[in-house]
Structure formats: C-alpha cells, structure tokens
Design a protein around this ligand. Sequence first.
Ligand code: SAH
Ligand code: F3S
Length: 438
Amino acid sequence: MEPKKFFIETFGCQMNHHDSEKVAGTLTQMGYVPTEDASEADLLLLNTCNIREKANQKVFSRLGSLQKSYGTKPGAKVGLLGCMAQMEGPKIFEKAPNVDLVVGSSSYSFIPRLLEKLEQGAPHVIDVSQDVDRLFETYPQSRENPYKAFVTIMEGCNRYCAFCVVPYTRGPERSRSGEHVLSEIRRLASEGYPEVMLLGQTVNSWRDPAGAIPTFAELLKRIAAVPGIRRIRFTSPHPSDFHCEIVEVMETTPEVCNQVHLPVQSGSTEVLRRMKRDYTRDEYLRRVEFIKAAQREIALSTDIIVGFPGESQEDFEETLSLLEQVRYDQIFSFKYSARPGTEAFTFGDTIPEEEKSRRLAVLQEFQRKIQIERNASLVGREFEIFVEGKSQKDLNELMGRTTQNKIVNFAGSPELLGKFARVRVTNSFPNSLAGELI
Ligand code: SAH
Ligand code: F3S
C-alpha cells in the first residue's frame, strides 16, 4: 500500500515553525511521507496563529482556498493546529465544517491517537487540553533548515501583557531541564548543525527545573562549550529579566551571537504601564545602555505596537524618540489588534484604523532612515558570515548572515553553502548588505 502523504503549512512565529517540525517528525514516524502538493495529500494541516485578528482571517481564507484541493484526493482529512485551534476549540467545526481535526498548541503528543480515532470513523476529533506535562517529551523532529536548528528551552508565559493572547494559547510558563536541552544540542552538533536558535516566549526567564544550571546566562555558556556549536541565538528575551550577566557572557563567548531582540512595544511609560509590560521607558533604556556598552558591538532589534487603546499623539512621539535614541538595527511593528479574552479588549479599540495605519507608516519610515544610516556605516568593513542559502534578490548569488544577524548577499560558489566565509561589505540597503568574498 502506498504510504499516506501529509501537507503542512505554518503561520506565525518561530515556535509555530518548530512545532510543525515536531508534528512532521511524529507523522513521519507513523509512516506518513511529506508532500509539498496539497492536492495529493491525505492529511492537510494548517498550523495557525492567533496573535492578531489578521492572522486569524488568513487561516480561514487559506482553508477556503485549500478546499478546492480537498476533492481531488478522496477521503483527505483537514486539521487545524496551533494557537487559533487552542483559542477557538470546537467552534472551529461550526465555522469551518470541513475541518476534521483540531489540535491545540500543547496537545501535539495526542496526534497519533486522534488520527487513529478519525480512521476508525469518528466524524471529527479535537484536543485542546493543554497537557502541559508532556510538552518536553522528546519529539521526533523533521528539521526544515539543514544548518540552523530550533531548540525549545521554555514554553508558555505568565506575564499576561494586556494585549497578548499567548498566556491563553500557550499556557503557563514552564522550562525544560538544562540537561535535556544540552543533550539535544549535543546531538544536533553531532549531526552537523553549527547554529542553534533557543526558543521561548520569554526565553531568558528560563529556570532549570532540575536546579543544575543556575541561570539562563550560564546555560548559554554551557551550550557554547558543546563541540561543533559555533553560533547561538535566542528569542525573545523579556526586558525585565534581561540582566547584565547575559551581556557579560556575550562579551566573553564568541559562540553567543552579538544580537539581541528586546521587545519594547512602546516608548511611553504610561502606555507601557497600561500594557502591563512591567518596566518603564527608563528601565528599558538602562538595559539598552549596558548592551551598547559591551565590548562586542551588539545588534539590537525590537517589536513595537502602534495604536494601543488610549495611545495619544504624544505617546506615539515618545516611541519615535525611543527609536531615535536606541537606533535599532531592525524593528518589527504592528497595528494594535484587539483580542477577545485579553485585558486590553475591555479597554475598547479606541484608535481608528486609519490613524493606526498612519502611525505605522510614520514609524516604519522613521526607522527606515535609521537602518539606511546604520547599514551604510558598515560599508568597507569585513565580517565572518555563515552562508545559509541563495540570495533572495538574485538567485545566482549567495546569502549569509553576520553574527549580528545582518544579511549579506554576495557572489560565490554553491560549495560555500553551510560554511563560514569572510566578506567585505561593498554596498548597503535598508534591510541587507552586499559584499564580496575575501
Ligand atoms: N514574548 C513573545 C511575544 C510574542 S508576540 C516574543 O517576544 O516572541 C510577538 C509580537 O507580536 C509582540 O512582541 C507584539 O509586538 C506583537 N503583538 C502581540 N499581541 C499583539 C496584539 N494584540 N496586537 C498587535 N501586536 C501584537
Ligand atoms: Fe505576550 Fe507579554 Fe508574554 S507579549 S508572550 S504576554 S511577555
């Protein structure tokens, strides 16, 4: 009998992408084979995101377009995974009657059992139980990127920022044991992965449940000592738990990349208070100060929300002035999206859509100028890059990243893929650099 085929499409953050790798690994172990063609799949899965309303809409419209392919394979099953599945639960079967399977973001260990029930004729199956104890069982994993491996070190979040669904979709904060993390990384190194990306909703809040490794900073050091690991990144740290010890490890440990993504959300202390971010503008800037004072030049990026309920023009201008003060290397910016179930939902969505769009455009243009200047200052300098793939701009060229996570496109032979190379920067753009091999 021909093996069953599965198709999986992922929306949202890196944790979702990594969850899809775990689901793919689980299915592969069950004898399924992956396919990129939805029309030949026996099992179609969408791993969904719920962070903003738009993410939700995307999933339903994608379900609609996939529907066209259902018919082509008789008996094909459709499943929704991830944060939207977690949040909407059985309501999904009403909104999208063609869905057969709903699995929340903490229930993936149940997939084999759920599929079995479907095969036995259940009309549809669901698990959104948040079985938090099982999260860190070692899942089989089918990794998408041959060079860079995601490693979950903690999951969930207890911070309940007023705008955010994550504590509801991903459940309470829990950390994986240091030894478990290290043994996965040793295995990855022996399989030839030079780079690991540590994942967690507030990654630096990691605490070793076994008590063997005292801090997140110490965990970074231990990972750096694993032979074969040359680059370590992590995302996303919460500013309140970002201590100078982490910067000290970066200064002394070249394997830990000199790049920090430190989500700020707003430059206004008043907005931060209502967002329940647990720090003021000044407290955030103090962290930026010690990051910038480090002996290695650390690249900084952030997340910003514009149009949070009650955000005044003055509040917004404080966000602009924060960008001016920090001069980030990159920002990810979003219009506030009111999410049912969160605290801010009760504040009302007070900033009109057009005004949110205007603020977003102003913010992005403001930042673009900063990035143009920052990247231009790198022209003429030499960097070590890790060659990760083909350039998106020109498929005849290659793309690598510096330890600061700057993208460098350059001409080179495909033999360099997966290797480290040295380049000199010859030109700069707002979001990337051009370089030549030296
Ligand atoms: N701690 C997580 C946050 C995940 S959400 C992390 O840093 O990875 C990622 C970003 O989405 C947040 O930092 C925030 O900027 C944005 N976001 C979250 N909820 C939002 C909402 N309701 N509306 C708009 N943007 C939101
Ligand atoms: Fe969300 Fe705040 Fe946690 S942004 S993931 S509730 S730290």
